[in-house]
Design a protein around this ligand. Structure first.
Ligand SMILES: [Zn+2]
Length: 207
């Protein structure tokens, strides 16, 4: 039987960003000991679990192409995230990642993996990763959501024909986006996300 899913990015939604020494900006953790669960993350995932949604992480990890992260290390990072979530009674059903980066050669400290230095159809704003995850988990897209951190996520979600919720601290007036980038809904925090989903579920049941 098909199930609805909530697709979400990993960095900045489940785990905190950390300072990336090589690039001088905040980025994803590249070591398992740098994985810190964000406040509200477990609560959000647990609420989605309880409502019968598959929780599927879709994330770009260009450090793989840059040779700054191995798939084995990434597995450890995801294992740690699963363990931290499990302690709080929450479960991610699958991790899907894009390892590509067409600009990997320009990243300081990179020792590139040439086969991954390429454009691709999995990285957002393409819907590739979402559709891949949906295929593996037999997701019913019509009842599914993309929880978005930015307008790239919104475009990916819309291209994959799922409803979109933009998680933003800004107000609606910040969103002067063209129609194809406009999110279906906006939420300021995890409990607002759950509230949006509950309202829509109720409306669907009354259809
Ligand atoms: Zn890719």
């Amino acid at each position: 039987m098909q199930k609805p899913a909530v697709f979400l990015d990993r960095d900045g939604i489940l785990n905190a960003l950390v300072f990336d020494d090589a690039c001088g900006v905040m980025g994803p953790p590249l070591d398992v000991e740098h994985v810190v669960l964000l406040r509200d993350a477990a609560e959000l995932v647990r609420a989605l679990n309880e409502r019968g949604y598959l929780v599927l992480v879709v994330t770009s990890q260009p450090a793989l192409a840059q040779g700054r992260l191995s798939v084995m290390k990434l597995d450890l990072i995801h294992g740690r995230l699963r363990m931290l979530l499990a302690r709080a009674g929450a479960r991610v059903d699958g991790f899907f990642f894009c390892p590509h980066d067409p600009r990997a050669r320009y990243v300081p400290g990179a020792s590139v993996r040439p086969e991954l230095v390429t454009g691709c159809r999995c990285a957002k704003p393409s819907p590739g990763l979402i559709l891949q995850a949906a295929g593996v988990h037999r997701v019913e897209l019509r009842r599914s959501f993309m929880l978005c951190r930015d307008l790239r996520d919104v475009r990916a979600g819309r291209s994959a024909t799922v409803d979109t919720i933009l998680l933003t601290k800004g107000s609606m007036t910040d969103l002067e986006a063209p129609p194809e980038l406009r999110p279906g809904h906006v939420a300021v925090d995890a409990s607002a996300v759950v509230h949006v989903i509950d309202s829509l579920r109720e409306a669907m049941m009354n259809e």
